[in-house]
Ligand binder design. Structure first.
Ligand SMILES: Nc1ncnc2c1ncn2[C@@H]1O[C@H](COP(=O)(O)OP(=O)(O)OP(=O)(O)O)[C@@H](O)[C@H]1O
Length: 276
């Protein structure tokens, strides 16, 4: 028996069709494969059977109201959530490997995260903030390679031109938008396969928000981005695929354009039109 069609699959050549083909053929692989993920803190159920398949080179947006469990999904993907000792059921694979059986240091190298509030180490220099990860994790073999890696990461984060003459200045001397791009550079210095971004522009002005959105579109050529936002216009601007989460469940998912123009569920419609 054929597997059921995913949304948008019917229209040959449309975004949903390409996506579904992607999933069937494995072209570009599913970097992340979450199966029936359930999570609770004490008696409080936070995720209630979440299933997601995320191929590489896309921006996969998780949107939903406050408290729906968006950040928790990201924190499962890098296992940061284990700090709080939740009960977890279900499976999560990174490129076919069970993340719960993977050495944590390896997982964190492959899956990096950028947070809502820029969090560079303020007293360390701009250069050191980016160099620290590759240095401590022995990702480079020489000083020259480290220099090269730091410059590469700052260029990728579109910060190099602004800081190349002040690499020794403390990170705290940068503006908020620059600090967030520094955090992106710090994550990129690991050369991750997946970049988790938890409302990365929530504290930025429109100009800096636009810069980071542009940057995301550039970065997805080389990695997979999982973006959490509760700002639908951002999902519409940068996302390829979107999952709408409500009360720890995926209410609806599909190609961004379809979910925004023809939501199938009443809750999604209310959410994208700003009614909830
Ligand atoms: N460490 C924790 N211990 C107990 N409860 C937690 C913990 N972390 C999150 N929660 C609860 O889990 C639920 C989901 O939280 P989460 O941060 O994933 O939501 P969210 O959709 O990202 O919300 P927001 O948009 O406000 O950031 C919330 O009710 C929150 O209070």
């Amino acid at each position: 028996m054929k597997p059921p069609r995913r949304r948008g699959e019917a229209r040959r050549g449309g975004p949903g069709y390409i996506w579904a083909k992607h999933l069937r053929t494995g072209v570009g692989r599913n970097v992340i494969d979450i199966r029936d993920l359930k999570l609770q803190f004490g008696d409080v159920k936070v995720l209630d059977g979440v299933t997601m398949k995320i191929p590489n080179n896309v921006i996969y947006v998780i949107m939903g109201p406050s408290g729906s469990g968006k950040s928790t999904i990201l924190r499962v993907l890098n296992r940061l959530v284990e700090l709080y000792k939740p009960k977890i059921e279900g499976e999560v694979y990174l490129d076919g490997q069970d993340i719960f059986k993977m050495p944590l240091s390896l997982l964190r190298r492959r899956v990096q995260m950028v947070f809502q509030i820029p969090n560079p180490i303020p007293t360390l220099s701009i250069w050191e903030n980016v160099a620290l990860g590759p240095k401590l994790n022995r990702l480079v073999k020489s000083k020259a390679e480290l220099q090269e890696r730091v410059r590469w990461a700052l260029e990728k984060a579109q910060l190099w031109e602004e800081v190349k003459n002040r690499l020794d200045a403390p990170a705290a001397s940068l503006s908020g938008g620059q600090q967030q791009r520094l955090c992106i550079a710090r994550a990129l210095a690991f050369k991750p396969e997946v970049l988790l971004m938890d409302e990365p522009t929530a504290n930025l002005d429109p100009v800096n928000t636009a810069k980071i959105e542009e940057l995301m579109l550039e970065l997805k050529k080389e990695m997979t981005i999982v973006l959490v936002t509760h700002y639908p216009p951002q999902a519409a601007r940068v996302g390829d695929w979107v999952a709408f989460l409500y009360g720890g469940k995926i209410v609806e998912e599909g190609p961004v354009r379809e979910v925004f123009t023809r939501p199938r569920h009443e809750l999604t419609e209310k959410y994208v039109t700003g009614k909830i």
